[in-house]
Design a protein around this ligand. Structure first.
Ligand code: 5GP
Ligand code: ZN
Length: 119
């Protein structure tokens, strides 16, 4: 059971429809929407609908759901035409990882060469 965190979590509020987002794919358990401040021609965030703070708690708490996030990310990558040229899929985690929104999200980045991972 997951207590609703709709009030104070930005991405829970997007799931709840309380904050608008450009949704590109939705499954029973996951949601993919465009980043509000894109860092690449394609920049989509992929989240589980239920709240996990980061990929570590998701991966340990519900590995099946973590796999569903990856499957949705792969489907979006295909739909956005990223498979041929390649893309980046990334989970910023915690302070050193630069995480700012503490509802786990995969960044799907593509559409242009992305350069070295650490810039
Ligand atoms: P983080 O630094 O936590 O890995 O990434 C958070 C991401 O969420 C950033 O890329 C930021 O642009 C994006 N973001 C922040 N607020 C919103 C919002 O209200 N809507 C959308 N679609 N993206 C957001
Ligand atoms: Zn949340």
């Amino acid at each position: 059971y997951h207590a609703p965190v709709t009030n104070d979590c930005l991405f829970c509020r997007i799931v709840a429809g309380e904050i608008p987002a450009t949704i590109v794919r939705e499954t029973d358990t996951t949601l993919a929407f465009r980043d509000i401040d894109p860092k690449a021609p394609v920049h989509v965030l992929v989240i589980p609908k239920v709240h996990y703070a980061d990929v570590a708690t998701l991966g340990q708490g519900d590995p099946e759901l973590a796999g569903q996030v990856l499957a949705t990310a792969a489907e979006v990558a295909e739909a956005e035409g990223l498979l041929a040229d390649g893309f980046r899929l990334m989970f910023n985690t915690g302070g050193y990882g630069g995480q700012e929104v503490f509802h786990v999200h995969a960044h799907l980045l593509g559409g242009a060469p992305l350069g070295p991972m650490l810039a």
